[in-house]
Design a protein around this ligand. Structure first.
Ligand SMILES: C[S@@+](CC[C@H](N)C(=O)[O-])C[C@H]1O[C@@H](n2cnc3c(N)ncnc32)[C@H](O)[C@@H]1O
Length: 210
């Protein structure tokens, strides 16, 4: 590498750090979007209205393990940790190492575990952390952009990973997540949130208590 290229690279790295500092989580989110636009699928994190609506049906007293797929820069993590029992656990799973690295650096809470991996591996991931089942699984995954077989594998693994009476919760601009949920859960509650960029469909799939 020539001296000129080194200086150029150093300037680029400095500019990237400066942007991250100025923009905070937004800078990291935009960087993740630029690197993997189809996997991130949105340029703006979920609104506080979406967060409050999605979490409203959770029975926090009964929740020992909460799992989140696709946390991005952690828009939901703070609100989940605020509501979670003191002896509860939040495991988040994301395929983007940039987001996992950011979450590990910024969320200092002994109940929080960030895992670099795919939602398809949820069963092995929760087992590796000492749990049989999750009580709730929240997903921010862009199901419309995932290959069909991947979406179905994630739903099948999710249905197995949840405890009876637990819920799989999705928010998405399209119907894909909701329709996939209906294939694996007999009871699905629907919602819609306008105050989000873009407005999104909300769905809660409940696992039979049997
Ligand atoms: C729309 S962003 C979610 C943003 C965030 N949850 C929010 O509410 O603002 C989608 C996230 O899903 C992640 N992702 C995509 N495919 C995944 C997979 N198979 N397993 C886990 N995470 C995945 C992306 O890296 C990205 O962080």
């Amino acid at each position: 590498m020539t001296g000129y290229e080194l200086t150029r690279q150093a300037r680029l790295t400095r500019a990237r750090h400066w942007l991250r500092r100025i923009l905070g989580p937004w800078g990291v989110f935009i960087q993740g979007f630029v690197q993997h636009p189809r996997m991130v699928a949105s340029i703006i994190p979920s609104s506080r209205y979406t967060i409050a609506r999605m979490l409203a049906p959770v029975d926090w007293q009964a929740c020992r393990l909460f799992v989140e797929y696709g946390p991005g820069v952690g828009t939901f993590c703070g609100p989940v940790l605020e509501r979670l029992r003191r002896d509860g656990t939040l495991i988040v799973i994301d395929t983007n190492p940039l987001f996992i690295d950011y979450l590990k650096r910024t969320i200092r809470d002994s109940r929080f575990i960030a895992v670099h991996g795919s939602a398809e591996e949820v069963e092995a991931i929760i087992r590796a952390h000492g749990h049989e089942h999750a009580d709730y699984i929240l997903s921010g995954l862009p199901f419309s952009n995932l290959p069909e077989a991947v979406g179905e594998r994630i739903l099948a693994a999710t249905a197995r990973a949840l405890r009876p009476g637990g819920a799989f919760m999705t928010y998405q601009f399209s119907r894909v997540a909701r329709d996939l949920t209906a294939q694996f859960f007999s009871k699905v509650d629907d919602g819609f949130e306008w105050r989000n960029v873009l407005p999104c469909r909300l769905a809660w799939g409940w696992k039979d208590k049997d």
